[in-house]
Design a protein around this ligand. Sequence first.
Ligand code: NGO
Length: 526
Amino acid sequence: MINILPTPSFKIALSVFSLTLLASCGNDEPAKLSEQGLIPMPVSVTASDSLFELTENTDIYVSQGSEESQKVGQYLADKLNPSTGLGLEVKATDAAPAAGNIYLTLTAADTTLGDEGYELNISTQGVTLTAHQPAGLFRGIQTLRQALPADVEKADKQSGSWKIPTGTIRDFPTYAYRGAMLDVARHFFSVDDVKRYIDLIAAYKMNVLHLHLSDDQGWRIEIKSWPKLTSFGSKSEVGGGEGGFYTQEQYKDLVKYALDRYIMIVPEIDMPGHTNAALAAYPELNCNEKDPNPKPYSGIEVGFSTLCTSKEITYKFVDDVMRELAALTPGPYLHMGGDESHVTPMEDYIPFVERVQDIIQSHGKQMIGWDEVTNAKLKTNSIAQYWAKAEYAQSAAKQGAKLIMSPAKYAYLDMQYDSTTKYGLHWAAYIEIDSAYNWEPSTMVPGVTQADILGIEAPMWTETIVDMDALEYMAFPRLLGIAEIGWSPKSARNWEDYRRRLGQQGKRMEAMGIGYYPSKQIEWGK
Ligand code: NGO
């Protein structure tokens, strides 16, 4: 049952009370649990009136024999120890620990929590986090981080006490798929950059990182059977920089890093359009090998390239690439792009998509494609990613294929906030904090209901995004709103309340070293 507490009148009383608290003290006296500015908003929060304080005697106990819980406990310790200096240790136990500790435990019985749900009980005696699966423990520790003072996110030791307001949170996601996409093709981002982004999206309970691994400007993943894709095709990017690529070993490391945070990586190889880098590396993939023979491309036009859909070698290429990618991908999905193939005639595009869909299935995976792929006949386990055209989203639903909702007008993180934003594009819209938050996936497209929707995703295209500073400025704080749309029940979301909570998240993002956009729509907490 979904139960949103506290009730409105209780809330008014609470906020008067906590405003008094906030005005009088900083780190030491936290607001009530229900006034902590949690994002995404949990399904249910019941606040009580006390505090639990972490001390030098506090440790993190995890159920004996669960290696995964042990790792989640360690993740929490690694987040809390540098700032608190309390030296929390992770210890295995077969019973609830003594008072004063944090206890992470799995319950076989409470299946209603699902794979990612959790229950967090904070009392004067300690913290107990219960989940049905380790992923739920991992999501729950993100809430626990947010229940602590913002300084807990700093990388070096802070003074002050570490009090958590008491209460109970019961929480689980609305959508199974909650993603961020990063385009590493237009500008390349290093393994360390991607790892940082993974940690940041994990803090807001996202569970997918979609990597856009190829485009006209560069090919970014080693494919052993087609080595020139990277030896030649990776050395370009927008603006003429040197590009780059991930070796398969580096990519496996990223996949594992993400999985340790219960995040799945969805790899995308865009085709038949957006393929100039591959076409330049292997001229035989062009219909006419000599005229024109594509050169590395560093501009930002779209829609001029296509694989030759009538040549058999094209399908050998697709099969090899998808086979190697499938072997690197523990998750169920391979993304084949399919967007903006403006120079592929529709009568060639449709059979191409259908054949690629078969190839992906032959490697044991499900196909995802941008919404144009609904021109083809989709298998019911294929997924269309809505970004532009409502009629394509409707066609996916009619065909029985599920949707990922990434409406460019609201969810594209590369869109500028307003006309003064120093990075980004604005072809779809200017997207301020309120527009990135105020959309509802299940009512966006007539005929597409919540049952048709697998989840949501916030794409970051990088034509104008050259480094992590730019990326973080564009992603934050909008990504928090999108994370909330994916996680929190519709009934728990409202702009005024979100605005207040986001204001409180400001110092938390700062503590994490995020250079976010300080929108004037928000009163940022000091
Ligand atoms: C479009 C296009 C991308 C651009 C992006 C820029 C899709 C699915 N295809 O979105 O190639 O990078 O816009 O906002």
